[in-house]
Design a protein around this ligand. Structure first.
Ligand code: SF4
Length: 455
């Protein structure tokens, strides 16, 4: 294990209650400060001292991408919603009035997209397992209760309701007992993803408490353990100088030594996140454990919507030994109106970047929409029989048989999500839609039955 050269600076988190202590606070004018107060009533806000001191360029706010990534922006709410909350704050309205207005705004922002609640939560012996999601045959997502927060919150995050203190629906499991039993009954699952939030917000001992039962049960079909994390970007000291950094790395080594593939699904949105030497040291230490680091990010307006940024992102990742994995399309939830990039433009950015890097970086798939029926990738824009179309395919599907089947949508320069696309060639609907309705109806029926039983 390499020797580290740095001391851990003090981790300090900031939110709407104490952001005046941020190092760049003096760069914010009165309007900026009030807008942060307004928007953070609706969306979660958390930034930390490392991001404020090392990643944000305060001389370029508000356009600085790291500032856009971590500090709530006025455009994240419609003018109407912004004004509603702003007026209530100015009038010093009673908390319950403010809370009901905020709740109504959130409810209109599609808080649980892509069937996460109604379709993805699996059952075990007739009981729902709210800390698990099982959408694609081979992969189960596990949400450890203690890992349902992050070192900072990304403004665009599709899991934003997960971080609200008053959220009614939170995916989380108090322990991994249900997970182990579920894996025992589902030999088709080869991949287990620890997700959140950021599971690496947990200290090594706590993480081990969730992981050990799985390792001890040793499900024979389980080949890969993935950990979804943004700690490399938001708190790289986690792997280098935190008091339990070595313990965490030893845990990773143990997974690898047990014969399983350990995949760190690292989340980088902008090349600047990889520039600090501490990040590169953290990457080297993780790779020394035998784990592989794959990278993913959505394409987000105001943060990384340019070919140059993606070219640099993927080049740098290959240079550091990381494997570019996904360019996602921003999901249709929360502040997506502010962050969304039309699919046509997303395709241009992807193509421009992927064609200007070496073959080793061309492992990145995308632009991919994690939509209700599955992960749908844009394969290109083409003219077929005189019609301009998007060529599409499923990378993953609720029905595995949908995967890799090409299908086509009418070209629409403004469309930014699957539900905004229309089938090409005069077709009434896409090939999967009837079956998707049946799947949804079946799940709804089951959900209603469960609810009745619970009452
Ligand atoms: S780190 Fe990941 S889970 Fe946490 S806010 Fe950012 S995108 Fe969401």
């Amino acid at each position: 294990m390499s020797q580290h050269t740095t001391q851990t600076p003090r981790f300090r988190a900031f939110d709407e209650r104490n952001f005046e202590q941020l190092s760049g606070f003096s760069n914010l004018n009165a309007d900026d400060r009030f807008a942060i107060q307004v928007v953070s009533r609706v969306f979660p806000f958390r930034v930390n001292s490392y991001i404020a001191d090392e990643l944000i360029d305060w001389s370029h706010i508000p356009n600085d991408p790291m500032y856009q990534l971590t500090v709530p922006q006025p455009g994240m709410l419609s003018t109407e919603d912004f004004d509603k909350v702003a007026d209530l704050l100015r009038q010093d309205a009673p908390p319950e009035t403010l809370a009901s207005t905020v709740l109504a705004i959130r409810t209109n922002l599609n808080p649980h997209p892509a069937g996460q609640v109604s379709l993805n939560v699996p059952q075990l012996s007739g009981d729902r397992l709210p800390g698990l999601q099982h959408k694609y045959r081979e992969t189960v997502l596990f949400f450890p209760q203690a890992g349902q927060t992050c070192h900072a919150y990304c403004t665009f995050c599709f899991r934003w309701p997960q971080f609200l203190t008053d959220s009614e629906v939170r995916f989380s499991a108090p322990d991994s007992e249900g997970l182990v039993r579920y894996l025992g009954q589902h030999p088709e699952v080869t991949d287990l993803l620890f997700t959140g939030g950021d599971p690496l917000i947990m200290n090594a001992r706590l993480f081990e408490r969730y992981l050990n039962p799985v390792l001890n049960a040793d499900p024979p079909m389980l080949e890969t353990i993935r950990i979804g994390t943004k700690a490399l970007s938001y708190w790289p000291y986690r792997f280098v100088t935190d008091p339990d950094a070595d313990e965490l790395l030893r845990l990773m080594e143990r997974v690898v030594a047990g014969g399983r593939h350990l995949a760190i699904m690292a989340h980088f949105n902008h090349p600047r996140e990889m520039a600090p030497p501490i990040v590169q040291e953290a990457i080297a230490r993780i790779r020394n454990t035998g784990a592989q680091i794959r990278t993913q990010s959505p394409l987000v307006r105001h943060i990384n919507d340019s070919t140059e940024v993606w070219r640099e992102l993927w080049r740098k990742q290959v240079n550091l030994g990381l494997v570019p994995y996904y360019m996602f399309v921003e999901r249709d939830t929360g502040a997506s109106q502010y962050f969304r990039v039309p699919l046509a433009r997303a395709w241009d950015i992807y193509r421009g970047a992927i064609t200007s890097i070496s073959g080793l970086g061309r492992t990145a798939r995308g632009p991919s929409m994690s939509a209700n029926p599955g992960k749908v990738e844009i394969q290109g824009i083409a003219w077929i029989n005189g019609e301009k179309v998007f060529a599409l395919r499923f990378i993953q599907g609720r029905n595995p048989d949908w995967v890799q089947r090409p299908f086509f949508a009418k070209y629409d320069p403004e469309a930014a999500w699957l539900t905004e696309l229309k089938p090409a060639f005069g077709e009434k609907e896409f090939f999967f839609e009837q079956e998707m309705r049946e799947i949804a109806a079946q799940a709804e029926h089951q959900y209603d039955e469960d609810e009745e039983e619970d009452q």
